[in-house]
Design a protein around this ligand. Structure first.
Ligand SMILES: Cc1cc2nc3c(=O)[nH]c(=O)nc-3n(C[C@H](O)[C@H](O)[C@H](O)COP(=O)(O)O)c2cc1C
Length: 357
C-alpha cells in the first residue's frame, strides 16, 4: 500500500469515529420503526424477577445476553485503545464483538495489532473479523483469509454490504459486481460461519433470500434509523471538495435518507423465514439505531436472535459510561421480560407486539 493510500485510510477511519460522535448524521425524520410497537402486558407473569435468564446462544455458542457490539474500528493507532475497551466490555458481559473493516490489515501489517488486541482482552467471547463487499467481489485468497481469521482467532467473518456508503465516499469503490458469486464461493470454502450485514440501509427479504441461498449463516439487517453513512461520507466529501455538489438537491435529500427501517427489515425477513422452512436456522441480528434495552426486546419479538449496536456504544465509550450503559440496557430488557412473563430469551421471542395507537 502506498503512503498516500495508507494516509487516506487512516484519515477515513479516524474521521468515521469523530463524525459519528459529533456530527449530525442521523436520518431526517426516518426512524427504526421499533417505537411503533409495544408489548402486551402480562398481569400474571408467574415468575420471579430474579429468575430471569438473559443468556442465549449465537451460532452454537452460549452468550451472556442477546446483544452484540457491532463492527466499528481498527487500522490506526488510536483504534487499538477503542478496541481494547470494547473487548473488555464484551468479555465482562460475555457478548459477541465485531471489529471494523480489516482491509488495511491485509494491505499493511503495521496496524494488525489494533485488531489483534481484542482477543487479548476478550479471550473467551465470540469475536468476528470484518471485510467489505468490494474486497469480496475481487475474491479473497486463502492467505487473506488466514490473516483475517488468525489475527483475532475469529469465530466467524462478517462481510459488510455498503453500496450507499461507497457511493458517497470520496474515495469509494462502487464496483459491486460478482459479490454474490464470490460470497457463495467463500461460504463453501471457509472454516467458520459467514455473517452478512449492511451498515444502515437495511437488508430486504429479497436480498436475505439471495444471501441465505449463497450459504451465509446469519444476517445482520443494519437498517435505517440509526446512522446515515451517506451523511457521514458527505461530511468527509465536503471537507475535501467544499460545497461542490455531485447530485441534485432533490436526489441528495432522498439519497441521504435512503434505507429500509430496521423494524421493516425484521418483519420482512420473519415472513420470508415463515414461508421457507428450510431458512429457519438462519440467525438474524437486529441493528441500525439500537440504543436501549427496549429496542433489544422489541427486536427479539420481531424475530431477531440478538440485537447489535455501534453508534450508541461508541458514544457511551466516549463518555466513559460503556459498562454502565450496557448494564442498564440489560436491566431494561429484564424488566420487559418480567412484565411479559418471559423467563428466558427463547420465551421473549414468542411474545406479541401490537402497533401503538
Ligand atoms: C465509527 C464506526 C465505524 C464503523 N465501521 C464499520 C466497519 O468497518 N465495518 C462494518 O461492517 N461496519 C462498520 N460500522 C457500521 C456499524 O457496524 C453498524 O452497522 C451501523 O453503524 C449501524 O448501527 P448503529 O445505528 O447502531 O450505529 C461502523 C460504525 C461506526 C459507528
Amino acid at each position: 500500500m502506498s503512503n498516500t493510500a495508507d494516509n487516506i485510510t487512516i484519515e477515513r477511519k479516524h474521521s468515521h469515529v469523530e463524525i459519528c460522535l459529533h456530527g449530525e448524521v442521523g436520518f431526517n425524520g426516518k426512524t427504526t420503526g421499533l417505537e411503533r410497537f409495544e408489548f402486551v402486558h402480562n398481569a400474571l407473569p408467574e415468575l420471579a424477577l430474579s429468575d430471569i435468564d438473559l443468556s442465549t446462544t449465537f451460532l452454537g455458542k452460549r452468550i451472556g445476553a442477546p446483544l452484540m457490539i457491532s463492527s466499528m474500528t481498527g487500522g490506526y493507532s488510536e483504534a487499538a485503545m477503542l478496541n481494547k475497551r470494547l473487548a473488555e466490555t464484551a468479555q465482562r458481559f460475555n457478548i459477541p464483538l465485531g471489529v471494523g473493516s480489516m482491509r488495511q490489515a491485509l494491505e499493511n501489517s503495521s496496524y494488525r495489532e489494533s485488531f489483534a488486541i481484542t482477543r487479548k482482552f476478550a479471550p473467551s467471547v465470540q469475536i468476528f473479523a470484518n471485510i467489505g463487499a468490494p474486497e469480496i467481489s475481487k475474491g479473497l485468497t486463502q492467505s487473506d483469509l488466514t490473516i483475517l481469521l488468525e489475527l483475532l482467532e475469529a469465530d466467524g467473518l462478517i462481510v459488510h454490504l455498503n453500496a450507499a456508503q461507497e457511493l458517497f465516499q470520496p474515495e469509494g469503490n462502487t464496483d459491486f459486481r460478482h459479490v454474490l458469486d464470490q460470497l457463495s464461493t467463500l461460504t463453501h470454502t471457509i472454516s467458520v460461519p459467514v455473517i452478512v450485514k449492511e451498515v444502515g440501509c437495511g437488508i430486504s427479504a429479497a436480498v436475505a433470500k439471495q444471501l441465505i441461498e449463497a450459504g451465509v449463516s446469519a444476517i445482520d439487517v443494519a437498517g435505517a434509523g440509526g446512522i446515515s453513512w451517506q451523511k457521514v461520507e458527505e461530511v468527509r466529501y465536503t471537507r475535501q471538495y467544499g460545497p461542490e455538489r455531485r447530485f441534485s438537491q432533490s436526489a441528495l435529500d432522498e439519497l441521504l435518507n435512503w434505507g429500509i427501517p430496521t423494524a421493516q427489515c425484521l418483519l420482512d425477513i420473519r415472513d420470508l423465514k415463515k414461508e421457507r422452512s428450510e431458512f429457519s436456522d438462519i440467525e438474524i441480528i437486529a441493528s441500525g439505531g439500537i440504543c436501549s434495552g427496549i429496542d433489544i426486546a422489541k427486536s427479539l419479538a420481531l424475530g431477531a436472535h440478538l440485537a447489535a449496536s455501534a453508534r450508541c456504544i461508541l458514544k457511551a465509550l466516549h463518555e466513559d459510561t460503556l459498562e454502565k450503559t450496557v448494564a442498564t440496557w440489560l436491566n431494561d430488557l429484564r424488566a420487559i421480560m418480567f412484565l411479559t412473563g418471559a423467563a428466558t430469551i427463547h420465551e421473549l421471542r414468542k411474545r406479541k407486539l401490537i402497533i401503538k395507537h
